[in-house]
Design a protein around this ligand. Structure first.
Ligand code: ADP
Ligand code: MG
Length: 245
């Protein structure tokens, strides 16, 4: 499994009490699988992604990324595990206003200490893959909301992660643009063999996903197949076979 959470409990202090944001959550996502977690606001979706991204350590339970248990890792090792294997698209688009789309991506390689020249080639390839060929030199204000979200997705893929975590990618988009971003995530997930978790409160955007989980008050359950409509149909014939990396 590219990502496996087992019996994860996460609590936040809440006045004199504690709030249980994740209540014994267990889920796994295989490479090339596009999983969605659907649930209302406040149900714990972003907390789930923060734990999966190794940004917050759970009170109990285990998180495995690319076959490695994150518990007990020193902070620097945990950071490396995240940087090497996890891509995150946060809910708040955090593109740097002064940077062109291409530089939004190459700065990732720069921060990871990788050669920037090789990164430029990869950045171009990824911007093409998300439908932004020819727009590499545009800055965020010159792009539409949907295009900015595509830059975010391309940036999250820069380090060739095994796991892609995406928080509410459609919340700022109209239905049509949102659907096209979800379709893009589905295609990238399958073509690149990444394990993708998309969290959303938007039940209308679940057609392209392989598996739907629902989150309510910190509890995760596998949703009945008919919720997604696609979950029972399997993947399209064009789905590449997982590479087993
Ligand atoms: P969602 O993404 O589904 O809206 P969140 O994971 O953001 O849900 O929040 C789950 C619960 O945890 C909510 O009750 C929220 O208020 C609470 N919460 C989230 N982040 C924090 C935090 N940093 N400190 C305290 N409570 C938090
Ligand atoms: Mg959230």
């Amino acid at each position: 499994m590219s990502l496996a959470l087992t019996d994860v409990v996460l609590t936040y202090p809440d006045g004199d009490r504690t709030l249980t944001a994740l209540d014994h959550v267990t889920m796994d996502v295989a490479e090339g699988e596009f999983a969605a977690v659907a649930g209302p606001s406040g149900s714990g979706k972003s907390s789930l992604l923060a734990v999966a991204a190794l940004l917050i350590a759970p009170a109990s339970g285990t998180v495995e990324v690319a076959g490695r248990d994150a518990a007990g890792l020193a902070p620097a090792e945990r950071t490396r595990l995240r940087r090497d294997h996890i891509g995150v698209v946060f809910q708040q688009p955090n593109l740097l206003p002064s940077l062109a789309a291409l530089d939004q991506l190459t700065v990732m390689a720069h921060m990871a200490g990788r050669p920037v020249r090789a990164a430029a080639g990869r950045a171009r390839e990824l911007l093409g893959a998300v439908g932004l060929a020819g727009q590499e030199h545009k800055r965020p204000h010159q792009l539409s909301g949907g295009e900015r979200q595509r830059v975010n997705i391309a940036r999250a893929l820069m380090n060739d992660p095994r796991v892609l975590l995406v928080d509410e990618p459609t919340s700022a988009l109209d239905h049509e643009r949102g659907a096209s971003v979800v379709a893009l995530l589905a295609a990238l997930t399958r073509e690149r063999g990444v394990a993708t978790v998309m969290v959303t409160h938007d039940l209308a955007q679940l057609d392209a996903v392989d598996r739907v989980w629902t989150m309510l008050d910190g509890r995760l359950s596998a949703a009945p197949a008919q919720v997604s409509g696609a979950a029972t149909e399997g993947r399209p014939a064009s789905t590449p076979t997982p590479t087993g990396r």
